[in-house]
Design a protein around this ligand. Structure first.
Ligand code: UDP
Length: 243
């Protein structure tokens, strides 16, 4: 079976790497995620990955600290996650490069768009650390930015629920899941899909997004194969279907 997408940008939240303790890194939780990523690579899909840092630090939640400095710590947290995911993928035999938006050349390559694309064309996974490199942004926005820059076919946003709901399905039994939405719907509502900076960037650059559940890690593979695993957010039918 042929994958639906040639090149994707996968957004993994820090929380997804933390497992039951909800903090730090849990190899048992990360392994099936990395195995699913390897299956995508083996199927010929080019994979860029943006990792969050919320399992270690969130700038906006820090109290009594200058926000810019708190966000610098958050960006370093994303890099810890990027290195950990890279290490696990390498142990599975996947060729990986980490690129960071803030230079730390002793441990990772600096982010250079053309070099990232060259790695992807060679079948290497590229993990982007440090978010956008600027404070006051989120890794959702970084994922959108990198997806647009590398000309990904779709942004895959792995979450803890199997799509977008009209209300929190963990709290409300009568919550209804959407199959499809537009970014304008997201921006015009209180739906907690992604922050408005990221949503408007997706909308303005016609970057479709698939929101799906990572508690079944093989959904990453199923998503790239085009199976119906979550909610598609796209401004028009064509942005998704032409991928
Ligand atoms: N961050 C930042 N600029 C960026 C991306 C992230 O300053 O472009 C910081 C910010 O402090 C954020 C933290 O890194 O709280 C971790 O990122 P995020 O909260 O998006 O991680 P996630 O919730 O996806 O784990």
């Amino acid at each position: 079976m042929k994958p639906k997408y040639k090149r994707v940008l996968l957004k993994l939240s820090g929380e997804a790497l933390a497992g039951p303790k909800k903090t730090g890194l849990d190899t048992e939780t990360m392994l099936p995620i990395c195995q699913s990523i390897k299956k995508c690579v083996d199927a010929g899909v080019q994979m860029g990955i943006v990792v969050g840092g919320g399992n270690f630090w969130r700038g906006r939640s820090s109290q009594n600290m200058d926000r810019t400095r708190a966000d610098h710590i958050g960006m370093l947290a994303t890099t810890m996650n990027a290195l950990a995911v890279a290490d696990l993928l390498e142990s599975l035999g996947v060729d990986v490069r980490v690129q960071t938006a803030i230079s730390m050349q002793q441990i990772a390559e600096p982010y250079i768009r053309n070099r990232a694309i060259s790695h992807l064309n060679k079948g290497r996974v590229v993990i982007f650390g440090c978010g956008t490199g600027s404070p006051f942004f989120s890794t959702d926005t970084a994922a959108t930015l990198r997806a647009v820059e590398i000309e990904a076919d779709i942004l895959l946003k792995a979450t803890m629920v199997d799509g977008v709901y009209n209300k929190d399905p963990h709290k409300y039994e009568d919550a209804v899941r959407y199959d499809r939405l537009t970014f304008s719907d997201v921006l015009g509502s209180a739906l907690q899909v992604m922050d408005s900076t990221a949503a408007s960037m997706c909308r303005d650059n016609e970057m479709p997004m698939l929101v799906f559940d990572l508690s079944r890690p093989d959904n990453i593979y199923d998503a790239v194969m085009g199976k119906d695993v979550g909610t598609v957010v796209a401004e028009s039918e064509s942005t998704d279907e032409n991928a």
